[in-house]
Write a protein that binds this ligand. Structure first.
Ligand SMILES: [Zn+2]
Length: 322
């Protein structure tokens, strides 16, 4: 049975940066792979190279033995081959940018955003009606709807939190999470840089059936990057910090195999490892053109979002990695 949910939607803030000292928030970020964890972010799917496409067509043509057929059926067969080209494949190498190992900004942002969305819990408002200040931007996305994922974030799948739309005259309002992180046809107000490896090691790992021949960043590997937000209120900062686990123990989950190995750690070289546990460090905060004390600023931002906890819309502890 699916139940109704009402998502509070607002007119999004301006996407234009009107001044650089006004409401711009800069956060200097460090990320450290946990002692008992490795990280794989090579699992992004990539488009096939022209060489790979050529290889696929050559092999298809050879195996089909089509050259004694009529020109029409040759064209037909080649057409079919082209239509069936696998468009993407999953790469197993660790992500690199400019020749350096890195956690892609997109993966970092995705991990932070989904954390925020899951911490905003649907609140029961009587007789099968629920309310929430946040949608699930990933709702309906098959890739992210794994059972392990849903269990980890305590998601009730019968409550359908459809993503916000901003694509025509009828839909000009979005939830507060989409206002911050963006929605289709609405730019994000927070930009996540790639997190570049500053210290550490990448190694090839092969541990059997599911995890085969993948490059991973080893425990204690360190990464550096930044987040820049604009037209940021203190409430916006408060929401962003939720996803960085700034109010808890600052460990987030990133990359491949994270839920699988959370349940069943892998054995490698006589040790137990999980995947994707990363500690986020906030090294420096600049807001409104002035450097702020990190802890004090985080505490101030927390005060702006605590109302959602009091009202039963937010559970800060959801998704905390024990
Ligand atoms: Zn939304």
């Amino acid at each position: 049975m699916s139940r109704k949910i009402e998502i509070k939607r607002i007119k999004p803030k301006d996407r234009i940066i009107s001044s650089l000292d006004g409401k711009v928030l800069y956060i200097d970020i460090g990320a450290v792979v946990a002692d008992e964890s490795v990280v794989s972010v090579g699992g992004v799917s990539e488009y096939l190279s022209p060489e790979a496409v050529k290889e696929y067509i050559y092999r298809g043509v050879e195996s089909r033995k089509i050259f004694d057929k009529s020109p029409e059926s040759i064209i037909h067969e080649i057409r079919r081959l082209f239509e069936r080209i696998p468009r993407r494949r999953v790469a197993s190498g660790f992500f690199r940018t400019g020749g350096r190992y890195a956690i892609p900004g997109t993966a970092f942002k995705g991990a932070v955003r989904s954390r925020v969305e899951y911490k905003f819990i649907p609140k029961s408002c009587g007789e099968g009606v629920y309310k929430s200040p946040s949608c699930y931007s990933v709702f309906g996305n098959v890739r992210t709807k794994s059972k392990r994922h849903m269990k980890f974030y305590r998601v009730d799948e019968s409550i359908k939190r459809y993503p916000c739309r901003y694509d025509n005259k009828q839909f000009r309002s979005v939830c507060l999470v989409c206002d911050l992180f963006g929605a289709p046809k609405l730019a994000s107000r927070v930009l996540f840089s790639d997190l570049i490896m500053s210290h550490g090691k990448v190694e090839r790992l092969d541990v059997g059936r599911f995890i085969k021949d993948v490059e991973v960043a080893l425990p204690k590997s360190e990464f550096k990057g930044s987040i820049v937000g604009y037209n940021m209120s203190m409430e916006d900062a408060g929401i962003l910090f939720l996803g960085l686990e700034a109010y808890t123990n600052r460990r987030i989950l990133l990359g491949r195999y994270k839920y699988r190995t959370l349940e069943t750690p892998i054995q490698y070289r006589g040790k137990r490892f999980r995947f994707g546990i990363v500690e986020i460090k906030i090294n420096k905060i600049v807001y409104g053109g002035r450097e702020r004390g990190v802890n004090k600023f985080i505490e101030e931002a927390r005060k702006e979002i605590i109302k959602y906890v009091d009202e039963g819309f937010l559970d800060i502890d959801i998704g905390v990695v024990s």
